[in-house]
Write a protein that binds this ligand. Structure first.
Ligand SMILES: NC(=O)C1=CN([C@@H]2O[C@H](COP(=O)(O)OP(=O)(O)OC[C@H]3O[C@@H](n4cnc5c(N)ncnc54)[C@H](O)[C@@H]3O)[C@@H](O)[C@H]2O)C=CC1
Ligand SMILES: O=C(O)[C@@H]1CCC=N1
Length: 270
């Protein structure tokens, strides 16, 4: 495996570093990272044992696979800084939402191999989904290298670049949405029944964990789990009816908003 470079060690960059090491797919000495704020990088390097680079140029120079883990608005500056070091032998992996490979190619000024990846915080636990798009990485051996990395920390799903934002919503934004739903569910129970907030939060949390385990091990469809809980003529069916009647509309409204934001950002970086 080529040396890995990580530019930007915020939430995603640091998650990738910790998870690649925890999974055993990379050794700390195979990773070099740089970040705008020195202090954050220093603490991460001390914790993990990775190589700390004093500049993005050093990271790019040392690495065969360069991960771009900065915000969309910082991407052009980073690419401008390193573009003369990007060669056909190196693979650029962008985890940046809504910045197209077309725009990255324009900024690099060359057709270097680029992969777009949307990771997820679930990879902290070496599970969940990473969404991969190889529209700008034709070489199969290079594709396999990237897939191997993400197989170690998640279940990789490959999609066309045109669909990456849709999958980003249901894979990568999803842990926040699911936590948000649990918070609202617990809050509604507290308001309606007047029960204790902390106890309600704990009950919803533990039930969610149990449900995730059932879905992982025992139920191959959502419907079969629902059918086992919803006793004929019983209570759960009444709640399920309200979910069926309203949740579709709620999620459609939510996805309209995320889609609007994806388009707003990607129009800026088309
Ligand atoms: N947080 C998430 O769950 C996900 C985030 N993403 C994408 O990943 C990218 C990073 O997101 P986060 O890690 O959440 O953001 P973040 O704000 O936590 O991290 C960004 C990091 O980039 C560094 N940075 C900024 N300019 C730099 C420069 N010129 N050189 C070196 N480092 C620089 C910052 O110091 C910071 O540590 C974003 O583009 C986001 O769209 C994609 C999927 C999931
Ligand atoms: O909220 C965001 O912009 C990023 C993209 C997917 C998850 N977090």
């Amino acid at each position: 495996m080529a040396e890995i470079g990580i530019i930007g060690t915020g939430s995603m960059g640091s998650m990738l570093i910790r998870s690649f090491i925890r999974s055993g797919i990379l050794k700390p000495e195979e990773i070099t990272a740089s970040n705008r704020s020195e202090e954050k990088l220093l603490r991460l390097a001390e914790e993990t044992g990775i190589n700390r680079a004093a500049s993005n140029r050093i990271t790019a120079e040392k690495s065969g696979i360069i991960f771009l883990c900065v915000l969309p608005d910082d991407t052009e500056e980073v690419i401008t800084e390193i573009k003369d070091l990007i060669t056909d032998e190196k693979i650029l992996v962008s985890v940046i939402s809504d910045v197209t490979t077309g725009k990255i190619t324009e900024w690099t000024g060359k057709t270097a191999p680029i992969v777009r990846v949307i990771p997820s915080v679930t990879s902290h636990r070496l599970c969940g989904i990473s969404v991969l798009s190889f529209d700008a990485l034709p070489d199969d051996k290079d594709r396999q290298k990237i897939i191997r990395l993400f197989e170690a920390i998640s279940k990789p799903v490959t999609v066309p670049e045109a669909e990456i934002s849709a999958y980003s919503d249901i894979a990568s934004s999803s842990p926040a949405f699911i936590a948000g739903i649990m918070k609202e569910f617990s809050g509604a129970a507290v308001r309606h029944y007047g029960i204790d907030q902390n106890t309600a939060d704990m009950v919803v949390r533990e039930t969610f964990i149990g449900t995730a385990k059932l879905i992982e091990h025992d139920y191959s469809t959502f419907e079969s789990l629902i059918a086992d809980v919803a006793t004929e003529g019983g209570i759960t069916g009444e709640g399920m009816r309200v979910i069926r009647e309203n949740a579709g509309e709620l999620f459609t409204a939510m996805l309209k908003e995320t889609d609007r934001k994806h388009k707003l950002v990607s129009d800026k970086f088309r």
